[in-house]
Design a protein around this ligand. Sequence first.
Ligand code: GLA
Length: 400
Amino acid sequence: MAGDAGITEVVSRARSAFRSAFEREPAWAAAAPGRVNLIGEHTDYNDGFALPMAIDLWTVALAAPAVGEVSRIVAADLRQRAELRLSRPIDPNTCPPGEWASYIAGVASLLLVGAGVSPAPSHPGELDLLVASSLPVGSGLASSAAMETAVSVLLEQAWGVTTSPRERAALCRRAENQYAGVPCGLMDQFISSYARAGTAMLLDCRTGQGQPIPMPPPSRIRIVIADTGVRHALAGGEYAARRSVCAAAAGKLGVPALRDVSPEMVEARRGSLTPEELRAARHVTTENARTLAAAEALRSGDLAALGRLMAASHASLRDDFRVSSPELDTLVELAAGVPGVIGARMTGGGFGGCVVILGAPESVRLLGRELTAGYRARHGRDCAVLTTDAAGGARPIVPA
Ligand code: GLA
């Protein structure tokens, strides 16, 4: 399928790592993509709108029935192993926040408890399980959501359990909130589970509904991601702090979430907010409006309007919400100066990570050169630049 070519490489690497770790073939396999968000940042936990798409970078999870009493789990890229009892719910308080094994424990436990299932009697409870990924960890491309989602699709097969993509996204988000200690919204898990190849998804984070919006063909637009190489840790305080400020602002404005107010209402009531709450409320309300306008621009093929909205989103995240960084600002600025570039902005939670750039196909080569040279000159380090198509969502795959 277009946009999904990158699965093959990860599957073959994962399969050989599985053979060396467990000395047999896997019985089940699943893949889930990372994502890039075109616009609609820090809106998901405010019940607002986002416009993400899946990218052709994947996490693959493989498993076979355990040979012993416990599940052995391996993170191939980290070269780490752990032992768990996956078939019995694990208390979130016993999981170290941010640890890769906590994500897997969380998905398994919530599948058992939340979905009210136990492994079917004919299915093994404990598994030998391995994950491998082409997604860089902590770069703002939703590597943790891809791992949760791939593991959920894998366990659903191994345990004979059925969920819908929407239920799975909600479950994986809860796993991240409760077991990994990251108070994220729904966007990443939703798009990893629900993406449609060749489209971006207008996500309404209040209703959990997504509307696929076709991306222009690669002959008209290329999706470029540039990585600052600066890693974030969302379990750290800044992300949670932004969430609290948004909740406080909504409380003072007398609404359940910032989704329920317009930028004009925020201005009219600015006297009731602290300066920090005012800036946060201004970002979220204008970003919601920009996201809906961007979806419309994409639908009608008005790429110049889309580019302007992306630029305004970046400025709002930098100046009002204050989650950008000098490295992200440099990449956005460099990209904006390249002929044929349609739009550029930081993507994901911020404080490092990646920028997303939309450009005409003929701009891509020069863009790569300008970003690499300009970034090195200003920050003394390299940035990785990659081009992707809009990929499809999580799926079971044939294991061997
Ligand atoms: C991270 C979180 C998402 C979302 C973005 C910011 O990626 O996991 O839920 O809040 O940051 O838009």
